[in-house]
Design a protein around this ligand. Structure first.
Ligand code: AMP
Ligand code: MG
Length: 426
């Protein structure tokens, strides 16, 4: 057992390996298609019919027979009717006949190509009108401007396999097949408990010495950005019984995230509850910021619920969220790739590592001539919120590295999608 006085600090990779394997992909639920955005599909979708279902016109114009126009530069045809995109086709085009047709209209029997209006003497008309005759001014090829049935998807073809994230185009494809209910992996429910006598929710009066609760906002929003559902509990004071009663209400949660109460001084509160109600796996990670992180497991109403105790300092809490909670959320949601992208970047100034901990340095990334550069924020303390506003990356200075010299390459975790930066001048 780790001693309270000098807990053995785990290295980050070991801590990730102790946390992440405890979580598995969650069960599937059925959702209305309109509510399924950003969920992972959990059953393959096959095409129930050809898409498009019928041969149809790619242009507004006239459906004609190639045979009638062959090698002729100018031909007059009798127009026998009109087909709109919504019509069921009853017409048959015979020798020297044409049908006026709208984009998406089903190709009438007998017709094998479409001549756009622009290549006839008949322009667009309002309503259901059509001319008696039309002069075609152009030679055509068979199948000109015809969208063949099944060109997009053939009946029974695999449209989307399970594991795909439902984004706008995928939802559109599913809708095109008339499917309005999909099987998806549910999103985890994560309870966030912010602790501390000194913390107050924005909107309330604070007494001298108190501070506003930024962590509940940072961590709840980060959870939602990663696709988790959040249950935010009221701030719990530094009283063991209060923390305990808050935690005991979490039997339906997929993960409890507590904030604060894990550093020296109030350290015992989270740990004590974890010890009494379940098990504590570890507390203390050899990293900066974020050393006092606790991980444990509780038995709540017969359910095993894991708890990650984040440090109270907002920067520590956020960095620990990135390393230990975001991957767990993505894993539960069914993602294959659960870690952020890492790149190599040249640092703008020296990084000195005095105490042999793995440092996560807040940096701003830039790209010039295909190379990344990382500008280091001037204050790296764990309570400096402006460092989080500045940063779009976390540069990693390993435990055994005493100094990274200005201009040296270093590994950086990208916190944001790069395209968001590319268009920053807009
Ligand atoms: P703790 O881990 O509870 O000892 O907290 C460490 C530091 O983080 C203290 O300075 C706390 O005041 C601060 N802190 C704790 N919780 C929050 C919070 N929810 N929002 C902002 N700062 C916090
Ligand atoms: Mg506290």
């Amino acid at each position: 057992m780790i001693s309270e006085e000098s807990p053995k600090l785990l290295n980050v990779i070991e801590a990730q390996n102790r946390i992440i394997p405890n979580f598995s992909i969650l069960d599937s639920i059925n959702l209305a298609l309109m509510n399924a955005q950003n969920y992972i599909l959990s059953k393959d979708i096959k095409a129930p019919f050809d898409l498009p279902e019928k041969d149809n016109s790619a242009m507004d114009g006239f459906a004609v027979r190639f045979e009638d126009l062959i090698q002729k530069k100018s031909t007059i045809l009798d127009v026998i009717g009109r087909v709109g995109a919504e019509d069921k086709i009853e017409l048959t085009v015979k020798k020297n006949q044409a049908v006026r047709i709208m984009t998406g209209g089903e190709i009438p029997n007998g017709a094998d190509c479409i001549v756009p209006f622009e290549n006839t003497d008949s322009g667009p008309m309002r309503g259901l009108d059509y001319p008696k005759k039309v002069k075609i001014n152009i030679g055509v090829k068979e199948e000109d401007n015809i969208r063949k049935a099944g060109l997009d998807y053939k009946k029974d073809a695999l449209v989307l396999n399970s594991g795909k994230l439902l984004d706008a185009p995928k939802l559109g494809v599913i809708a095109a097949f008339g499917i309005n209910n999909v099987s998806v992996i549910r999103k985890p429910l994560i309870t966030v408990i912010s602790t501390g006598n000194e913390v107050v929710m924005p909107g309330n009066k604070k007494k001298p010495g108190q501070i506003y609760d930024s962590n509940s906002f940072i961590i709840s929003s980060a959870i939602r950005e990663a696709g988790g559902n959040v249950e935010l509990l009221n701030i719990v004071g530094d009283k063991k019984e209060d923390i305990e009663s808050a935690i005991l209400r979490c039997d339906k949660s997929d993960l409890i995230v507590s904030i604060g109460g894990v550093s020296k001084g109030d350290f015992d509160l989270i740990k004590d509850v974890l010890l009494e109600k379940g098990n504590i796996d570890f507390w203390g990670i050899n990293m900066k910021p974020g050393k006092p992180l606790a991980f444990g497991r509780l038995d709540l109403e017969g359910n095993t619920v894991y708890q990650i105790g984040l440090p109270g300092n907002p920067v520590s809490a956020y960095v620990c969220f990135e390393l230990f909670i975001r991957p767990v959320i993505l894993k539960m949601r069914g993602f294959q790739k659960i870690m952020r992208k890492k790149i190599k970047a040249k640092v703008s100034q020296d990084i000195n590592n005095h105490d042999g901990r793995r440092m996560y340095v807040r940096v701003k990334l830039d790209q010039k001539n295909g190379e990344y550069y990382a500008e280091i924020y001037n204050n790296q303390n764990s309570n400096i919120l402006s460092s989080l506003i500045f940063a779009d990356g976390l540069a990693i200075c390993p435990e055994d590295c005493k100094v990274v010299k200005s201009g040296d390459q270093i590994e950086v975790i990208m916190l944001k999608d790069w395209y968001a930066k590319k268009y920053k001048k807009w």
